[in-house]
Design a protein around this ligand. Structure first.
Ligand SMILES: [Zn+2]
Length: 942
């Protein structure tokens, strides 16, 4: 309900607006070619009902623009209200995706010549992902030809100058708009419904010009599952939020199946529904992708501020402010306050979803539009830097209290996008020509200037990891060659089968961005996301930068398909058959070893506890001994593993049973996102687990009776916030399956998402460990066992002031190479992503002396950060001395069990594959970890 006061305010505002609008200037942009024509007199009258609505729903006259203060009508074409029953931006109305798509289909039915819908993929939960296209009849008829022409410009190798000129002259710029990547950002999926309608039906000259000169496409809801879940949550709870303060009911604990806000951080497109957007992009290659978000005061338009990725073409860095300045200019001219660019998001990380465009020689554009979540009109308190006047913000929003409605947000969103499209329609050839120029420049740069290629040498210890990297590159349409024979160049001799990523290709700059070491341009600058992602380090494989230009002509074949690693089970005596009862599978760090173990879960498998020789081959510790069978051999080969088939196991081999643990993964309700990445990895490697939460660890939960290993992924801010989560509200907020809100209750259920496990829950974890369970904690979650005394003799501190580490890759040193966690890691040092976990301290500092000496509960440091500036391998870390010799992995025995604390986050996004094996080892060898040896170093110097 709206308070009386709100209603009165609205009435007063509506009267003021009515007066203001009468005095407004010409409602059409005056610089359209036909802008002076009084078209309104000769076309169908505008929707009078809408005009009254928008004046009432907009809370101040300056939050409306002449572009959206009226809604055109066209005979036979339904407006959004005709289908949905309400105008877009009606208070307390959010649109489910199915209804949005129903409206788009109605528009297509009424105007098939101008408007088309297409389903591009299904989501994880089986919903449709839709893209719609709107343009003139002629352009829609020519849509496929225009797509093909755009693709030719995207890869201009082999085109003659005349062909290029012909293509530039005849190709319409394709401008893609996406909404609803972030489900809590409720206005863009609404705004694009009205935007689509306006573009399809309006006969205003500037919109006709957009239709004639631009092909517009729209993804109305990028995270479809998340949008529906958020709308459910809104109608269930948030709709009751008060106008002025009071309780905020937050949002649903899940958006899409796996990740939340990080759906805009999936640098390797690991989530299928996100990959579907990349695939769509690569199919159509629109020169512009404009992604609509919701935050900031009042409309921020991205202009590509430093730090900038210097691999991207300089032309891009002129296009971004060109568009942004035009939008600030026009909207400021309409009297709309708070429109600005610069000073928010930088141009460093390539991992945002819409960066698919910038990474592929197009242009990523982005808005942040103010709203307060949901669709309730609420009092907003505008304050801070974004209400200050700057050169890039000439007319800031006025600081102080203001009523804000979702219609205000939609006015800004639609006005902004129409303005950007209008600019595009004025310079269509420029957009297309720039796109061609960036593409051809990319090819030339790799040919003319070193580096000319990256080499992924053959013969590395784990081919599955190497092949995964190749497939991740190919996923982004980067061409990869395979050497047909040995290659000798300045950098060395590489075996036949080595992979070569040549940079004289359209997506060469992207390959360079992904593969090189990130050299941060200015340590004084902050960055919005990660500062590093170097794929060689993330995957713990060797990748060489090649400056020798002859690599471009080395005999090599272009890969046409993803590579599949076929395993090899050698038989020293010839054919493999039933006379080879033992297969020895090398532990080379492959992540597929655990999949093999689970696929053969009914088979008794042993592992060697030390390196050994079988036949002429050396096998490292952790190598598996599997009873021979056709089934086992097929799985070994299919999973790309390697080994040897033997008559019998080598004599005197020390082994352990590789018995599989019962696994649980612990999640808070307050912070499910980073847990989601670990769920994704476990699902992909076929590791079964129960997702458990506060309700499962109540007093007397008996965790040990149910589980052997509990994994607690990186989440929240520290141990306390894992234990207490968010405080309870005056009413519970259930997240359970129900008939009314069908997307609730997915992945976990509870009667109240608020309130954490509490101390009683923490005590259950302690019992679990002391009774023989293994608790593995990642990143920030490692504060929990340290702060609550579950990991004995381990302390956790936050870094001191001045420390700043936006996801660099750093060096670590393996102190206990024989520890089962480190099976498959043969090097002394290991690059890892710094995850901003705790600074751990293990061993006997003051107060912990009882854990010194020979105590069986003495914590052991398995690996540590080397620290200091020299330890930063890629990206940015300030005050790096604070990490010097700090433990990265601590194995802390406790009672019959143990806590394994990772200060790194070994399963981070779909990215740190080089670190996953430590976790998988922890599962495979959960009860095979020997007691601390007195002979080994167990403490670290500070
Ligand atoms: Zn967002």
């Amino acid at each position: 309900m709206i308070s009386d006061r709100t209603q009165k305010t609205h009435l007063a505002l509506a009267m003021a607006l009515a007066l203001a609008v009468v005095a407004a200037p010409d409602a059409h942009p005056s610089d359209s070619p036909q802008g002076k024509t009084p078209e309104k007199a000769v076309i169908a009258p505008d929707d009078a009902d809408f005009s009254a609505f928008v004046r009432k729903a907009t809370t101040k006259p300056e939050f409306l623009s002449p572009l959206v203060d009226h809604l055109p009508k066209k005979a036979g074409v339904p407006s959004p209200k005709d289908v949905l029953g309400y105008h877009i931006g009606t208070e307390k109305k959010l649109t489910y995706v199915a209804d949005q798509q129903r409206y788009f289909r109605a528009l297509e039915k009424a105007l098939p010549g101008r408007f088309r819908t297409a389903i591009v993929a299904k989501t994880e939960e089986g919903r449709d992902i839709m893209v719609v296209y709107v343009s003139s009849e002629a352009n829609i008829k020519n849509l496929e030809v225009n797509r093909q022409n755009t693709r030719k410009l995207a890869d201009p190798r082999g085109l003659t100058d005349a062909q290029v000129q012909q293509l530039i002259a005849t190709t319409k710029p394709h401008y893609h708009i996406s909404a609803g990547l972030h489900s809590a950002e409720t206005n863009p999926p609404e705004a694009v419904i009205e935007l689509a309608y306006r573009l399809a039906v309006s006969e205003e000259p500037y919109i006709k010009q957009i239709r004639d000169n631009v092909i517009v496409s729209i993804t109305g809801a990028t995270d479809v599952d998340g949008r529906d879940r958020y709308v459910d949550w809104y109608y269930a709870y948030k709709i009751d939020e008060a106008y002025d303060g009071g309780e905020n009911y937050g949002g649903p604990p899940y958006w899409g199946k796996y990740v939340f806000h990080d759906n805009n951080r999936d640098i390797n497109y690991g989530v299928d529904s996100l990959r579907a957007h990349l695939n769509w992009y690569l199919d159509w290659v629109p020169p512009i992708w404009h992604d609509l978000h919701e935050a900031q005061t009042l409309l921020y338009t991205f202009s590509g501020q430093p730090p900038q990725n210097a691999n991207l073409d300089p032309i891009l860095y002129t296009e971004l402010p060109f568009f942004a300045n035009y939008e600030v200019n026009k909207l400021t001219g309409y009297g709309m306050p708070g429109v600005w660019h610069f000073g928010f998001v930088d141009m460093w990380s390539p991992g945002y979803l819409g960066f698919a465009a910038a990474n592929h020689n197009g242009m990523l554009r982005m808005y942040e539009i103010f709203n307060q979540g949901g669709a309730n009109t609420k009092k907003a308190r505008l304050s801070g830097a974004q209400t200050t006047r700057q050169w890039y913000r000439p007319m800031p929003a006025v600081a102080g209290e203001v009523d804000w409605s979702i219609r205000n947000s939609i006015n800004y969103a639609v006005t902004g996008v129409l303005t950007a499209l209008e600019l595009t329609s004025k310079f269509p050839t420029m957009v297309v020509e720039n796109y061609y120029r960036k593409s051809i420049n990319a090819v030339k740069k790799g040919a003319d200037k070193p580096p000319h290629a990256f080499m992924i040498p053959g013969g590395q210890k784990d081919q599955t990891q190497v092949d995964r990297v190749v497939n991740l590159l190919r996923r982004q349409a980067i061409e990869v060659h395979r050497a047909n024979r040995e290659v000798t160049i300045k950098e060395g001799t590489f075996p036949s089968g080595s992979y070569i990523v040549r940079l004289n290709q359209p997506y060469g700059p992207l390959a360079k961005t992904l593969l090189e070491k990130q050299t941060y341009p200015d340590p004084a600058l902050t960055t919005y996301d990660d500062s590093a992602w170097s794929m060689g380090m993330a995957n713990n494989i060797d990748i060489k930068t090649i400056e020798d230009r002859t690599i471009l002509d080395a005999p090599a074949s272009l890969l046409k398909d993803d590579v599949v690693t076929i395993g090899v089970l050698a038989d020293p005596r010839g054919a493999i058959g039933s006379n080879n009862p033992v297969y020895v599978v090398r532990h080379n760090g492959s992540l597929n070893l655990i999949t093999l173990r689970y696929r053969l879960k009914d088979v008794a498998i042993k592992a060697a506890t030390a390196a050994f020789k079988a036949g002429d081959e050396e096998f490292p510790a952790g190598s598996l001994l599997i009873p021979g069978s056709d089934r086992a051999r097929k799985e070994i080969e299919a999973l790309g593993l390697s080994g040897v088939a033997l008559q019998s196991a080598p004599a005197d081999l020390q082994t352990v049973e590789v018995d599989l643990p019962r696994v649980a993964m612990y999640t808070t309700w307050a912070n499910t996102e980073k847990v989601g990445w670990v769920r994704l990895a476990f699902d992909r490697w076929e590791i079964p687990f129960d997702l458990i939460h506060k309700d499962h660890v109540q007093a007397g939960a008996g965790l040990r009776g149910k589980y052997d290993v509990i994994v607690m992924p990186h989440q929240t801010q520290n141990g306390k916030s894992i234990v207490y989560e968010q405080p309870k509200l005056s009413k519970p907020l259930p997240y359970k399956k129900n008939d009314k809100y069908k997307s609730m209750g997915f992945y976990a259920e509870t009667d109240d998402v608020r309130g954490g496990m509490g101390l009683a829950g923490a005590a259950e974890f302690q019992k679990f460990v002391e009774d023989g369970g293994v608790l593995m904690t990642f990143g920030v979650a490692s504060y929990f066992p340290a702060e609550f005394g579950i990991a004995k003799g381990v302390d956790a501190q936050a870094p001191a002031q001045g420390f700043y580490a936006p996801g660099p890759y750093v060096n670590s040193e393996i102190l206990l190479p024989n520890h089962p966690l480190m099976h498959g890691y043969t090097q002394k040092t290991l690059p890892v992503r710094y995850a901003s976990g705790p600074l751990l301290q293990a061993g006997p500092p003051a107060g912990f002396e009882q854990f010194a000496g020979t105590s069986p509960e003495r914590p052991q440091v398995v690996a540590r950060f080397t620290g200091g500036d020299a330890g930063v391998l890629s990206g940015l870390m300030r005050s790096a001395d604070q990490t010097r010799n700090r433990p990265m992995i601590v194995d802390a025995p406790s009672g019959k069990g143990r806590v394994i604390l990772f200060a790194n986050n070994p399963i981070y996004r779909w990215q740190t594959f080089g670190e996953h094996a430590m976790v998988f080892n922890g599962l495979l060898f959960w009860n095979d970890i020997p007691a601390p040896s007195a002979a080994k170093p167990t403490t670290t110097a500070q």
